[in-house]
Ligand binder design. Structure first.
Ligand code: TIU
Length: 229
């Protein structure tokens, strides 16, 4: 017997069981959210991402309460850059590229201060951490294996940025057969119009990539339902 919940989502209700659902929290790292990191050296106003941090934290707390499997990803490379695709390595202004020195250590390098998670979103014991060299979290990682080992069929997404690593990962997941929902207020972009477009394109054409809903709809579903199948 497992609990089944129906979320009032777009483009139509999203049905899932917490027992077979994971939260994939994408790249909530200092490098994207704080000044002096990769996001800022790319020319972005990183303060735009701040509002999603508290919602992402609430999403994780809700997931922990309901027994969802939790995966945190970080976009971070080996110190010798051997895992960094040339397409990433060669982009950007020389001196401000991946692997270069910045105020929070070498930019986007695993183990540096900037590559770590922001304080409010630290993984807890038992939660998975995936270090990924690509924008999508399935590329060159063991994410598929972790999910398959637990019988996960449904994925709830939060994190940054909406149109880069979140969207890439959600599309990879959709192609692998996962039923995906993006938690609208637990994700953010440096570009508000890109975020809005991603939300709309995900749920267009009958949910071509998946569903979207704000966190409040997930919370409401778990407070008012709890049928068993
Ligand atoms: N630049 C940008 O918007 N994002 C990234 O480079 N990585 C992630 O989205 N994590």
């Amino acid at each position: 017997m497992s609990e089944i919940l129906d979320v009032n989502a777009l483009p139509y209700p999203y049905r899932f069981s917490p027992a077979t659902t994971a939260i994939i929290m994408i790249d909530m790292q200092r490098d994207f959210l704080l000044g002096g990191g990769f996001g800022e050296v790319l020319g972005n106003d990183v303060s735009r991402l701040a509002p999603c941090v508290s919602v992402a934290r609430e999403l994780l707390e809700w997931g922990r309460q309901h027994g969802l499997y939790i995966v945190h990803t970080k976009e971070a490379h080996a110190a010798d850059l051997s895992d960094c695709p040339l397409s990433k390595l060669n982009r950007g202004t020389p001196g401000m590229r991946i692997g270069d020195d910045g105020p929070m250590g070498r930019i986007l390098i695993d183990g540096e201060v900037g590559s770590d998670f922001v304080e409010d979103l630290r993984p807890q014991e038992g939660e998975a951490v995936i270090c990924k060299p690509g924008k999508g979290a399935f590329y060159a990682t063991n994410l598929s294996g972790l999910l398959e080992a637990r019988g996960i069929t449904h994925l709830l997404f939060g994190g940054v940025t909406t149109e880069v690593c979140v969207q890439s990962t959600m599309r990879e997941a959709n192609d692998r057969g996962y039923e995906c929902l993006l938690v609208e207020d637990a994700t953010e972009s440096y570009f508000p119009e890109f975020k809005q477009s991603v939300l709309e394109m995900i749920r267009a054409q009958g949910g071509i990539v998946g569903w979207t809903a704000p966190l409040s709809r997930l919370v409401l579903a778990s407070e008012t339902q709890g049928r068993h199948a």
